[in-house]
Ligand binder design. Structure first.
Ligand SMILES: [Zn+2]
Ligand SMILES: [Zn+2]
Length: 368
């Protein structure tokens, strides 16, 4: 395999603080034993990155000035790890569990007390630390576009979310929220055989839900009145859904989720709420109605692998979510568009694309 010459400097988007992201020439990351240097073919935009951009930092992962971006795929250009020689195209998750702590040994690696994160995908090159290489790095088939493969990380979270509530054929499932994760949760519920309803006040997002096989879409803001109507219109005897997945991340929608299930049903409070917020639940609902409440956090090496299979088989059609390719040079503009709600569910950020260009899904399919 030919090894590619790697320059000393690279283009990267550096977060300097609140709403201050700048394109800069910075040194290419240096590697330690077991690491890989990846040439980023595509990175995807994510609501978390938008939050980080608006706030200027992330408690656990990003203190400015810092590179960011955590959904990516590309080609290994320098390898300090025998598992993936230079030239291999891979997708890597943004984290890996330690494998030794109490929770790792308990079989709950998403709760690992020492999760190691990788960031910096909005750049020409990104370093993948050896632990992620060992645990959460997967080779790609040659014909799989990087812009599709990069969906693996968020999809792995959705796979866990749907598995946690064990959705069965024929169940009536409601997904609240049609952001990227809501859409993926809805698609996976469809694949599990459920009849899925999605509610969101943005109707363009609901068009994507319909494309993904969702049976009913409700383009309205949740209110007590709408909750009554949805129970009546979409569930047997008006009792409520068999399972509701909240993918918004607000305490008030968490409450709506609990109100929308039938007795004996499951709720997955999937959307993370701001730290310190609280949920009040009617004890009657929990005890006499036997409602089971779940909440799913992050992904595991197992769901990362399953996510790649869903993308490879097109059972989750990545380009229903990733609908456009933009240049890394235009990332600050893309972030502003996301903030104004003018963007598709996901945008592929392509370091090698000239500024100002926009690639359609068809062009992304063949973009190498
Ligand atoms: Zn993400
Ligand atoms: Zn651990």
């Amino acid at each position: 395999m030919m090894t590619e010459k790697v320059p000393d400097k690279m283009l990267a988007c550096v977060l300097h603080g609140k709403e201050d992201a700048r394109l800069e020439e910075i040194p290419v990351p240096t590697l330690q034993a077991g690491d890989l240097l990846l040439k980023v073919e595509a990175a995807l935009t994510c609501g978390t990155d938008l939050k980080v951009f608006l706030r200027g930092y992330h408690e656990r992962m990003i203190q400015p000035p810092s590179v960011f971006g955590h959904e990516f795929a590309g080609k290994v250009v320098v390898s300090e790890n025998g598992r993936f020689p230079a030239g291999t195209r891979i997708v890597a998750a943004n984290s890996a569990p330690c494998g030794n702590c109490y929770f790792c040994e308990l079989g709950k690696p998403n709760l690992c007390t020492d999760l190691l994160f990788a960031n910096g995908a909005y750049a020409e090159y990104v370093r993948i630390p050896s632990r992620i290489v060992e645990k959460n790095c997967l080779p790609l088939p040659p014909d799989l576009p990087a812009a599709k493969a990069a969906l693996v990380e968020p999809l792995a979270c959705a796979v866990k979310g749907v598995e946690d509530v064990k959705i069965k054929t024929g169940e009536k499932v409601l997904v609240i929220g049609a952001g990227p994760l809501g859409l993926m949760l809805a698609r996976l519920s469809v694949l599990a055989g459920a009849e899925v309803t999605t509610v969101d006040d943005q109707s363009d997002r609901l068009a994507v839900a319909a494309e993904l096989g969702v049976t009913y879409t409700v383009a309205e803001r949740l209110s007590p009145h709408l909750i009554e109507r949805m129970r009546h219109d979409y569930t047997p005897h008006g009792l409520g859904f068999d399972c509701v997945i909240e993918a918004v991340g607000k305490p008030e929608t968490w409450n709506h989720a609990v109100e929308l299930v039938r007795p004996g049903a499951r709720v997955n409070l999937f959307g993370g709420c701001p730290r310190g917020t609280e949920l009040r639940v009617d004890t009657t609902r929990l005890h006499y109605d036997e409602i089971r409440i779940y909440a799913s956090f992050h992904h595991t090496p197992e769901t990362v692998r399953k996510a790649l299979e869903f993308v490879k088989s097109s059972q989750v059609p990545a380009f229903s979510l990733v609908r456009e390719g933009r240049s890394l040079l235009d990332l600050p503009e893309v972030l502003q568009e996301m903030r104004e709600g003018k963007s598709p569910p996901k945008t592929a950020i392509l370091p090698r694309l000239p500024a100002g260009s926009r690639l359609s899904v068809d062009e992304l399919e063949t973009f190498k």
